[in-house]
Design a protein around this ligand. Structure first.
Ligand SMILES: [Zn+2]
Length: 158
């Protein structure tokens, strides 16, 4: 676990991982055949799930992570304490650059981001460890630009 993140209690962690797997089942990934599930945890224990939703235009595609954020924020939820992401690949995969910027918009820099391997359940059942890469947006998007940067004093602007 990264020293940059805070500790998520075990029941919340397990609930969030399970939700990410559930979310993946609804992936609309007919073009890439690459399913992704994401789950966001709020401070009051609510979970918002998202899956990747592809489009015949390709450019209209939205990732699982952004689906979850758009669902949450558009219904008034803007505070999060953890994010879990899972694919069908048996190793932890990382959010794309665009999603990293969206995570940066809404999440604390040190919020836990759990990158869950597809074989998480099998690994745990066999006592092989969970295989999760736990990281944070500070690690995924260093030297980032965020909302507070727009509040900085500027020179040469009227
Ligand atoms: Zn993405």
């Amino acid at each position: 676990m990264s020293a940059l993140t805070w500790v998520l209690d075990v029941p919340s962690r397990e609930k969030l991982i399970k939700a990410a797997f559930e979310a993946k089942e609804f992936a609309y990934s007919k073009y890439s055949k690459f399913r992704v599930g994401a789950a966001l945890l709020t401070p009051d224990g609510q979970i918002i799930k998202g899956a990747n939703i592809e489009n015949a235009s390709y450019g209209g595609t939205i990732c699982a992570e952004r689906t979850a954020f758009v669902k949450a924020v558009s219904e008034g939820t803007m505070s999060f304490v953890a994010l879990a992401v899972v694919t069908d690949v048996a190793s932890p995969l990382s959010p794309c650059g665009m999603c990293r910027q969206v995570i940066r918009e809404f999440c604390p820099q040190n919020m836990p981001i759990l990158l869950v391997p597809a074989d998480y359940n099998e690994r745990v059942a066999k006592g092989l460890g969970d295989g999760i890469l736990e990281t944070s947006i500070a690690e995924l998007l260093p030297h980032s630009f965020g909302p507070e940067d727009l509040e900085l004093p500027r020179q040469g602007a009227d």
